[in-house]
Design a protein around this ligand. Structure first.
Ligand SMILES: [Cu+2]
Length: 125
């Protein structure tokens, strides 16, 4: 292996380490839903290279409204998947898309972008 190959290898390893850190260890932002006067648990989520907050806590058996504001036009985030609730939504750029659901069971449900790169969790208690 010559120096150039070694550098490329080291660069690759560093990049994988960063990607691993980014996806699995990066600090999470947790938000609890706020119940409106009508009893709907609402959370505003900004979509920009990720979901912020990316851990949403709600109570079960109460309707939930997730307001996704997509603050970018990067195609990565154009689709939102919440497979446990059979939800697939287009998120138009620079708009808020309300996603409504009714969690019946406690648990942790993942939501992702269309390519499963951006990730967040809905924690039902
Ligand atoms: Cu994506």
């Amino acid at each position: 292996m010559d120096t150039a190959q070694l550098l490329v290898t080291l660069g690759g390893v560093a990049l994988m380490g960063f990607v691993g850190w980014f996806f699995f260890l990066a600090p999470h932002q947790v938000a609890a839903a706020v119940s409106s006067s009508t009893g709907v648990q609402q959370v505003d989520i900004t979509v920009k290279g990720g979901y912020s907050p990316d851990v949403i806590e709600v109570e079960k058996d109460k309707p939930v409204q997730l307001n996704f504001y997509r603050d970018e036009d990067n195609s990565c985030s154009e689709e939102l998947l919440l497979p446990d609730f059979n939800l697939r939504r287009e998120l138009p750029p620079f708009q808020t898309t309300a996603v409504e659901l009714l969690p019946r069971q406690a648990g942790t449900y993942e939501f992702t972008c269309g390519m499963h790169m951006l990730r967040g969790k809905l924690v039902v208690k």
